[in-house]
Write a protein that binds this ligand. Sequence first.
Ligand SMILES: Cc1cc2nc3c(=O)[nH]c(=O)nc-3n(C[C@H](O)[C@H](O)[C@H](O)COP(=O)(O)OP(=O)(O)OC[C@H]3O[C@@H](n4cnc5c(N)ncnc54)[C@H](O)[C@@H]3O)c2cc1C
Length: 365
Amino acid sequence: MSDVAVIGGGLVGSAVAWGLAREGAKVTVLDEGDVAFRASRGNFGLVWVQGKGEGMHEYAAWTRKSADIWPELAAAIGEEDGVDVGLRQPGGVEACLDDQEYAEAELSVKRMHNQPGVGGNDVRMISAAEARELEPALSPDIAGASFCPHDGHVSPLYLLRGLHAGLARHKVDHRLDHKVERLRHTGDGFVLETARGTVHADQIVLAAGLGNGRLGPMVGLDVPTAPDHGQILVTQRMPKLFSHPIGRLRQTEEGSVMIGASHARIGYSTELDIATSARLADRARRLVPALGTARIVRTWAALRIMSPDGFPIYAESETCPGAFVVTCHSGVTLAAAHALELAPTILQGTLAQRFEPFHFKRFAR
Ligand SMILES: Cc1cc2nc3c(=O)[nH]c(=O)nc-3n(C[C@H](O)[C@H](O)[C@H](O)COP(=O)(O)OP(=O)(O)OC[C@H]3O[C@@H](n4cnc5c(N)ncnc54)[C@H](O)[C@@H]3O)c2cc1C
């Protein structure tokens, strides 16, 4: 019997469970394991503010909030569990290859600025010369860039490791290979059935990524999400080429350059598409000519978890109070907000009020 059972031990479930356990709750985490789709092990690692929230100013502010408190999360994981998640927030440069890309980026920045409630993201367009001052490795042929001083990146795998270390230290009952098959609301709590036994909890948090869509209706939660395929290329380790994440390029602490990530709606498939790899590689070497001779050593695809409007879904069930859903497509960026801000609201019983704009009722409207 636990206070809260979290279904899903990816970045979203782990961040929420970490925050709940830190507040003193008795927590169980159930995770399906390696056979599941796991975005948390295949993502790009950006803590990214620019471009987030067009159409929902609350999401723009929430993303900015998370970026602001990210250093607190990284410090806690470092000090409490000795894991350096490699957080760097030097600002992010989204370089534009030609005038058309620049014009589109400029329009998007203007639309965001004109949206009431946004303005805290501080994104601005910069000239090619200014972009190259920030990052001399950028091609002289770029048309310019957008720049956001709050953007950064981390190692998503060290983040997952650090969160899991925190769960272990807080004595969270973290069970791998425990796919939840059925959920029941019994009146005085919840019963979670897995092939390897049954777990009881006062409250449950659905953080099962693409698995939420099947589980949600069992406890009155509608979670309309779809897979969005993203492909990434990784180069050999290289001498330091650039220090800012350049949108779809980032150099890791170890020296590899990650190139990505594409977007495609092809269903529940993580197959690689060679033409997409070629497009990613071509764009990368046009942006940063020094990448033209880099050797690609790894590539993979993973699935983002996308709601119909692309914004997170946070809600408590009306028919089964105590059942919550937490899902988003930027679980790295939002990890700090999930751990330090959202988890406590679940325990305080204030999630419904505080996160009303993120409820799935918005899709019915
Ligand atoms: C290519 C790519 C690039 C990305 N880049 C970025 C980025 O730069 N920055 C950023 O912020 N975000 C990025 N993301 C998004 C980010 O990776 C996700 O938002 C985040 O990983 C989602 O975490 P999650 O825990 O919700 O989902 P997942 O990682 O998919 O985890 C869900 C977990 O639930 C478990 N599960 C499923 N069903 C059940 C069940 N029935 N019972 C028990 N367990 C279950 C699975 O085992 C799994 O571990 C990217 C994603 C992709 C695919």
